[in-house]
Design a protein around this ligand. Structure first.
Ligand code: CTP
Ligand code: MG
Length: 278
């Protein structure tokens, strides 16, 4: 039998603190935040109150004393390449969000709140329509992933500039079962070549604009932006990110984010190197 190590796929990740690279192109950042958080609000889903006046959604609840969205905004405010940040929120939250978060990011870039749509794709489409259209890249990142690391965003931007589209994700390292209706295992799915897609997903502007123009022709449920690029035959490159880039879906995820922040995330040194030796 081969040593288990031979099975591991290369996922060297991005070093802490970024790398010495040429200057970044300019980027519009879109942070979809218009979801209703149905799974978070489900019985047993957790539930914590939003700030007074805020729509009761997970994007605005408190994470370590500040709204989840405030953490996510901070992650992007620090990036020099960013020229504007656009946040689709539920229509009834637009005025409140402007009042609460202001009209500029911490680094003085325009911070634009727009009404989101019925699903994530329509929310992103609204944000694209509100963009000034001048940046080289469009970075789309779930507002409910507040722990994304700057160096990972920068690496995705670099790859997208080079190849047109880049998705941050992780190789699947669990055993994967396909399950039938009665929760019986139908098969074990080979995990080689399987990745879990996260955000950010970064695109050259022309690529994502064309993909969104053609979105009505895509059949089936669309759960990320890259899917639209794939549907028009575009190439999408994967970039290895962090397991700690948690997407807050239930209250357990919120507590996980709190624990990571408490533990000092983003950690100094490369956690993945240690992980590979486990
Ligand atoms: N999103 C959005 N517009 C929608 C639906 C989702 O902007 N109509 C955003 C969410 O606010 C979130 C991101 O897309 O930041 C990822 O979606 P998800 O985790 O599914 O959030 P919700 O749709 O809010 O949650 P749920 O599916 O449990 O209702
Ligand atoms: Mg959803």
């Amino acid at each position: 039998m081969k040593c288990g190590r031979s099975e591991r796929r290369a996922c060297p990740g991005v070093p802490a603190g970024g790398s010495q690279r040429p200057p970044m192109p300019t980027a519009t950042v879109i942070l979809p935040a218009a979801g209703r958080g149905a799974r978070f609000a489900m019985p047993g889903g957790g539930g914590r109150a939003s700030p007074v006046g805020a729509p009761e959604t997970k994007v605005f609840i408190s994470l370590a004393g500040r709204p989840v969205l405030a953490h996510t905004l901070d992650r992007f405010a620090a990036l020099e390449a960013v020229v504007e940040v656009i946040v689709p929120v539920p229509p009834e939250a637009v005025a409140w969000a402007r009042e609460t978060f202001g009209e500029r990011t911490a680094s003085g870039r325009p911070l634009i709140f727009v009404s989101g749509g019925e699903d994530r794709v329509e929310s992103v489409a609204e944000a694209l329509a509100a963009s000034d259209g001048k940046s080289d890249l469009v970075v789309i990142h779930d507002a409910v992933r507040p722990l994304v690391r700057r160096a990972v965003v920068e690496e995705a931007m670099r790859v997208a500039m080079e190849r047109g589209a880049a998705v941050v994700g992780r190789p699947v390292d669990h055993t994967v079962k396909r399950v039938s209706d009665g929760r019986l295992v139908a098969e074990t799915v080979p995990r080689e070549n399987l990745w879990l897609a996260q955000t950010p997903q970064v695109f050259r502007r022309d690529v994502i604009a064309r993909a969104y123009e053609r979105r009505c022709h895509v059949v089936g449920r669309v759960t990320d932006d890259a899917q639209l690029v794939e549907a028009m035959g575009g190439r999408v490159a994967m970039v290895c990110g962090d397991a700690a880039n948690v997407k807050i879906t239930t209250a357990e995820d919120l507590r996980l984010c709190e624990a990571l922040l408490e533990a000092g995330w983003p950690f100094e040194g490369d956690v993945r190197t240690k992980r590979a030796e486990d």
